[in-house]
Design a protein around this ligand. Structure first.
Ligand SMILES: C[S@@+](CC[C@H](N)C(=O)[O-])C[C@H]1O[C@@H](n2cnc3c(N)ncnc32)[C@H](O)[C@@H]1O
Length: 223
């Protein structure tokens, strides 16, 4: 398949998912609309990752795969030599009946994507130990403060210096407070207009500092 052919296939899967919803959802009112990243925000995420020319991405939280398909589209569009998309979701096979992973397969993204069905607090340190280094991460997993905080702790070691971490639902106090620690204490710089025109209080992008240096113990800014 040509790159243009593959991109057309991914866009068709994304378009159908956004318009008609997935073939299966949990038995909850408007579950797809509540859970998944809106199409406009997905487009902005894709465009940001294309502008960054990302080759490797870690994503936390697959669910209905709207964001994963957008990231896959970016990786195919950028066309670097070794694209890799590592997705972590402990509940994809159980709670989500594999619906997101099947969408990734139907978009032809299986060769570049892999799914780890572990909690991110277990999978991310394993990836650090394995020596993985990525260009960017997208975080939309557990929204409990301590779990987001731990995700960011390990992503700081997985994302290369100068790379990007993007979070969804930053308007949630738990998510917003977790990332504020990294912003105030560890030099993560918000990219102000990355999600201009997107859903308010949702995605924010941060650029990591150019080196991974640890601050002195005394240098702590309350967050
Ligand atoms: C809001 S949904 C993600 C929505 C997805 N970005 C989309 O566009 O459809 C949150 C996901 O995080 C997963 N999740 C919950 N706890 C997690 C954990 N500890 N580690 C990794 N993923 C987790 C859930 O199973 C769910 O799939």
């Amino acid at each position: 398949m040509t790159i243009d052919g593959h991109l057309a296939r991914i866009r068709e899967v994304r378009h159908r998912l956004a318009g008609e919803g997935p073939v299966w959802t949990r038995q909850r009112d408007k579950d797809f609309e509540v859970v998944t990243l809106p199409e406009r925000d997905c487009d902005l995420l894709r465009d940001l990752f294309i502008a960054e020319r990302v080759e490797t991405v870690v994503e936390v939280g697959l669910a209905y795969a709207s964001s994963a398909l957008a990231i896959g589209e970016a990786l195919v569009a950028v066309d670097r030599p070794r694209p890799r998309h590592v997705i972590v979701d402990p509940f994809q096979r159980t709670v989500w009946s594999d619906v997101g992973w099947e969408l990734m397969r139907s978009a032809g993204l299986e060769p570049i994507a892999s799914l780890l069905t572990e909690w991110s607090s277990i999978a991310l340190p394993q990836l650090v130990t394995a020596g993985l280094v990525v260009d960017a991460a997208f975080v939309d997993g557990s929204h409990r403060f301590h779990e987001v905080f731990v995700d960011l702790y390990f992503l700081r070691k997985l994302v290369r210096p100068g790379g990007l971490v993007v979070l969804d639902d930053t308007g949630w106090p738990s998510v917003g407070t977790a990332v504020r620690y990294y912003e105030r204490n560890l030099g993560w710089a918000a990219i102000p207009d990355a999600f201009a025109g997107g859903t308010p209080d949702r995605c924010r992008a941060f650029r990591l500092p150019d080196s991974l240096t640890e601050p002195p113990f005394e240098q702590f800014q309350p967050f």
